[in-house]
Every structure is written in C-alpha cells, then in structure tokens.
Write a protein that binds this ligand. Structure first.
Ligand code: PMP
Length: 287
C-alpha cells in the first residue's frame, strides 16, 4: 500500500479522489511537479525539492489560483510522505494542486494539494537511445498558453505528439515552435552537440524552465550555449539528448530517420548527472 497525502493528511492511494464536478476534470485546470528521490547510502534522499516547489509557486501565480502556498509546510509533507513509505529505490513524487468544488472555467479555487509517490519499479521502463520524430504538432506560443509552467492542460500537446510519433514507429518526438525553432520533447528538454559544442534551446524558444537543464548548464565545465536552434541543425547534429527529472539523460540516436553521427559528450553529461544525483540529493528532513 502506498501512503499519499491530501491537504496535509496522510491517506492510502485508494482514498485519493477528485470530485467528478471539479474544474480540474471539466477543464483541465491544475498544476503539478515531479520530484525525484533516490536510495543513496542506505537512506532515501531527495533532489532539488526547493526548486520544484518554487516552480509550482510560480504556476499558482500564473494560473491565478486562490491558494495560500506555504512552501515549508508542503516541503515537509513531501518528505514525510516519502519517509513514511519506507521506500528503498528511486521514487518519483507527483505534487499536484487541483481544483475541487463545482466551479466553472473561471474558477480559482478551492485548491487541494495531492502528494503521490510512485516507485520506479511500478513505472514503465523507458528506453535509452531513442528514435525521435519532429512533431507535426507545434508547441503552443506563450501568447496562447503559459508553457513555462507545469499546467496540466499544457500536456495535451505532448500527448498528441507522442502518440503520433509512436504510431509512426518512433520512440518519441520533439516540438518546434511557430517560428520553426526547436523547443523540447514531451516532458523533457533537449540538447544538441555539433563539433564538440553543446547547445540547448533558450527559455524564450517556448520551453519549461527545466531544473535538470539548468543544473547541467551550471555544472558542465565548458560553455553550453542557450539559443534558438533551427530544425536543420537537429538533423545535422553529431549528438542529441533529452534531459529531465524522470528522463535523467537519454541519448537520441536518430531524428526523422537521420542517424546522428555520434560522439562521447552525451556519455559525459550522463556521468556528470549521475554525480549530481549522488552529491546534490539531500537527506529527508524529519521533524
Ligand atoms: N519540459 C517539460 C514539458 C516537462 O514536463 C519536463 C518535466 N518536468 C521537462 C521539460 C524537464 O523539466 P525538469 O528537468 O524540471 O524535470
């Protein structure tokens, strides 16, 4: 049995319900974060919980939710929930803010907090070395939807792109924006390598401000360029890889059937990220 948390009360997973009348179910209004924790040195440790909660807080403001965001209290509840389950493996914890009640499309509350941990052994194993399609679906422009936050509704775009890619025989996809520039994948950011130089789409290309992306940029000893990336650059890249909290670092071997030349920088970033997980994860804070 997995112990979860709703509004600071510990509950088993099967007691977590959202009313059928809720604006979250009617209109897809809500936010979430996914935080990773790892079994390191015989105890569960968590990676960058503070950064994930800050991004969630930005989302509350952007979606104009009526929610008194107590960051310390939420951080404690997340850590308690992971601790109470006595996990001994990698766990992905979803922290959601969902609208309850019977409100309409302009509802701002009431908001409920849900904390739901899922051990890695209960998740679908994702493949390494991906074949990727450039999606026919464009990433919505910031003037249409706030793509910088983890709003549930934003994921409709990722879902359609991924399903189409799978139908067409690819493992995953990458989205362009309305100007034809590269943005990101479904639930992950992208880096490309050309002539030993690493680049990643700038935040203003229309991507989520990914915590993994920023961590890699800050820790890699050489410059990683954040800039607009053209479609053709992807096809001509020597290497490309996806990054994200649950993705970690995953090599892309081909794009629209073009096999990438290959190289060793993706492996370097992978081992850098393994070290980051080991050294930057922190022990669960217990009251
Ligand atoms: N882009 C999108 C759309 C995502 O959902 C995610 C996963 N949170 C990412 C990028 C990667 O972000 P992070 O490194 O913060 O997990």
């Amino acid at each position: 049995m997995i112990l979860c948390n709703k509004n600071f009360n510990s509950l088993p997973l099967w007691d977590m319900h959202v009313p059928i009348t809720s604006p979250t179910l009617k209109y897809g209004i809500g936010l979430f974060e996914g935080v990773a924790s790892y079994f390191i040195n015989h105890e569960m440790q968590i990676l960058y919980l503070d950064r994930h909660l800050k991004r969630l807080q930005e989302g509350v403001k952007t979606l104009r939710l009526d929610y008194d965001f107590d960051i310390d209290r939420i951080a404690q509840a997340v850590q308690d929930t992971i601790f109470d389950n006595r996990f001994q493996e990698t766990v992905h914890t979803r922290i959601s803010l969902l609208l309850e009640g019977e409100g309409e499309i302009n509802a701002k509350g009431p908001v409920s907090l849900y904390i739901i941990p899922t051990p890695l052994s209960q998740r679908n194993k994702s493949k390494d070395n991906l074949s990727v399609q450039i999606s026919m679906y464009k990433r919505p422009a910031e003037t249409s939807m706030p793509m910088r936050i983890k709003s549930i509704a934003n994921y409709h775009n990722s879902r359609l792109g991924l399903i189409q890619a799978n139908y067409d025989g690819y493992d995953s996809c990458v989205f362009l924006n309305d100007n034809g520039k590269v943005t990101e994948g479904p639930g992950c950011c992208i880096f490309i390598v050309k002539d030993h130089k690493i680049s990643t789409p700038s935040l203003s290309s229309g991507i989520l401000p990914s915590i993994t992306r920023q961590t890699i940029i800050s820790n890699y000893p050489y410059n990683i360029s954040e800039r607009e990336i053209d479609y053709t650059e992807l096809l001509q890249a020597d290497e490309a890889f996806f990054v994200g909290t649950s993705t970690e670092v995953k090599r892309i071997h081909s794009i629209n059937g073009h096999v990438l030349n290959g190289g060793t920088l993706c492996e370097r970033i992978k081992s850098l990220y393994e070290k980051i997980i080991y050294y930057d994860s922190t022990r669960l804070n217990r009251n």
